[in-house]
Every structure is written in C-alpha cells, then in structure tokens.
Design a protein around this ligand. Sequence first.
Ligand SMILES: *[C@@H]1O[C@H](CO)[C@@H](O)[C@H](O)[C@H]1NC(C)=O
Ligand SMILES: *[C@@H]1O[C@H](CO)[C@@H](O)[C@H](O)[C@H]1NC(C)=O
Length: 382
Amino acid sequence: MKTIELRFMFFLLLLPMTTTNNYNNGSIQLQPFPPLKNDNLLRAARGEVVDRVPVWVMRQAGRYLPEFQELRKLHDFFTVCRTPELACEVTMQPLRRFDLDASIIFSDILVIPQALGLTVEMHAGVGPVLPQPIRTPEDLKRLTPDGALSRLSYVGDAITMMRHKLDGRVPLIGFTGAPWTLMGYMIEGGGSKTMSKAKAWLYDYPEDSKLLLNLLTDVIVDYLEMQVEAGAQMLQIFESSAEHLTKDEFLVWSVPFLRRIRDDLVDRLTKKAVSTVPLTIFAKGAGHSLKEQSELGYDVIGLDWTVDPVEARAAVGPNITLQGNLDPQDMYRDPSELHTLTTDMVHKFGKSRYIANLGHGITPQTPIASMEVLVDAVHKAL
Ligand SMILES: *[C@@H]1O[C@H](CO)[C@@H](O)[C@H](O)[C@H]1NC(C)=O
Ligand SMILES: *[C@@H]1O[C@H](CO)[C@@H](O)[C@H](O)[C@H]1NC(C)=O
C-alpha cells in the first residue's frame, strides 16, 4: 500500500515536468517538427549546392524594428528571453518583413552568467550590467554550476516552440557566448572598451582564469546539447570579445576552449545518437587566426568586416563555409551604394560555402529599408 502511494506521489511529481518541458531529463522526445522548406542555410554550411545564397543578420530581431521596441515597452529584456511566447514573437518579427533564410532564437549570451548565479540587468542606453561581478578568485565560489542547465530550460522551451511556429519556413539557429567573452562580462561587470580587468586576470590569476574558462566551457556544452535536443538546427558560438586578445592570447585563452566545446558537443550527441548540427564560430577581431580557426572542426567561420573575403578563403581552404561580413555601418549608406557593396561582397565570396551576413550585429538606428536592400542584393547577386 505504502509503496503504491509513494509511486503515485512520484508520478505526480514527474507529471508537471513531462507535460510542460519538451526535453525533460535530457532524453529528447524526438518530436515530429514540420519539414524544412528552405534549407539553403544548412546546405551552405555543409558545402552542398544552394538555390540561392542564404542570408540572415546578427541581431535581426532587435531594436531597429519598431514592433520590437513596442514589445519591449511592455516587457523587460530578460522577461522576453525567459518567456517562450515572447521570445518566439520577437524571433518571428524580422521574418514577417524580410525574405531571410534563417531565424535565430531571441536570447542573450548573458543568460549563462545568470544561470551561474550572477545578477544581470539590462540598462537602457548602457547595455548589460552585472552589479556584483567576479573581482577576485575568491568570488568564483559564488558561481553555481550545479543546476545551471535546468535554470536555462526556458531557452529549450522557446526553441521547441519556435520550431513549430516556423512551420519549416527556414532553419532555426541556437547560440551561446564563448568562454572568454562570458568571462569578460563576468569580471568587468558589463561591456568594456578595454577589458582591462578581465585581461589583468589572465596574467594575475592564470590558473583561476583557466578554472573559470573550463567551468564556462562545461556549462556551454550542456547548454548547446540541450538546444540541439530542443530543436536547434544550427549553432553559433559568439566569441565577440576576441578582438581584445592578441593572436598569441587568442591561441591560449580562446582556441582551446572553442575546440573543447566542439569536440565535447559532437561526442555527447554521437553517444546519444542525436544527429549533430552545423556549428559556426564567430570570433570577432580574430581575422589574424583564420587558419587556426579552420582547424577546430567547426563547419562555418563567421567573419567581421575587417577581413577580406578572398584572403579569408585562401586562409581557411575549400572545406569551410564562410559567413559575413558587410560592415554594419554600410547599412546607413544610400540604397544604391548598399546594393553595390552587397553585390560586390557576394561576388567575392561566391555561391559555394557562403552565408551572407553583416560582420557584426545590426545597429539600432539602421533604416528598415536597408534590410530589404541587403536581402534583395544577396539573392540577386549570383
Ligand atoms: C529520461 O526519462 C525517460 C522516460 O521519460 C527514460 O526512459 C530515460 O531513461 C531517462 N533518461 C535519463 C538519462 O535519466
Ligand atoms: C576537402 O575535402 C575534400 C573532400 O572531402 C578532400 O578530398 C580534400 O582533401 C579536402 N581539402 C582540404 C584542403 O582539406
């Protein structure tokens, strides 16, 4: 009798989890998602023939869209991230306006520091603020890696919901910040022009820096695995703060962790017999190390606008897809200039193994018409 009651209670405890979460305890309920209608992004990533050059834009769901700003008046930034319905609505907004070839789930790279117990606030006009940053190695004890993944489950829920809402129109990209970039925010307490505190850590506390970067790498692998299981069809790793590192520093403080993210993720998915998805590394400012990046096992390398497309291709060889890399400031040029610049860019990259994008996120004042020009020019270039 007692056993039966206990079993029943256990069942009740499990019930809400299994009905509200789509990926429960790590064993994905492989759902029948709607079939993909436009798979040019994934074809380009795999080096297959495309119907047209795929194009999407970093931060395509963002402040340059008035409907995004309207929604943000009603809900704060992290509420949008944490509420799958709102995250999906915002993710969908650019697709209603533009003939894009990909969607990227609306979220933020700083959800990982949040899940590790740090407070992250989004301050209007300032950006993210972490009021209690990591100052000394002693502060690492405040981080809570246990259970971090479960505190990120809302991202998986948003991804699964979005796959259904997309109805197979275009692939859905998931993403994460890379370890060095997250470490930078966690130590600086927000964005920084110099990363002086985070860079000082690398020299003052090299062992603790490695500890932190490895801790972040572990959480990132869990997080990406969860995103794939939830339905992400491609993943991008943002090493946005690579630009603060010299080449030598990049090879020590970024590359090994990027390599481990890829290797551990592929390993995990393979063991679970879950198909792996194309992986993109976008290390902004690391155009000095394209060859090294091409040896990390990623399918796609994202380029910022400082890199010449022809030189990039020569550096990475024929078997890597390149993504990028129009200067986001070119979106402020007049439409005919923007059209010409975009067409020239696509001609330099070519139709094979290429995904068109900006060289960094679209900026808030960008005219909406520029997005139309960009997308149209990419699709008509070749
Ligand atoms: C997860 O739950 C399923 C049933 O919902 C079970 O079959 C599976 O063994 C569990 N996996 C793990 C890793 O606990
Ligand atoms: C590119 O891939 C092809 C096909 O797998 C292979 O034959 C070739 O050696 C590769 N080239 C380089 C430079 O890795």
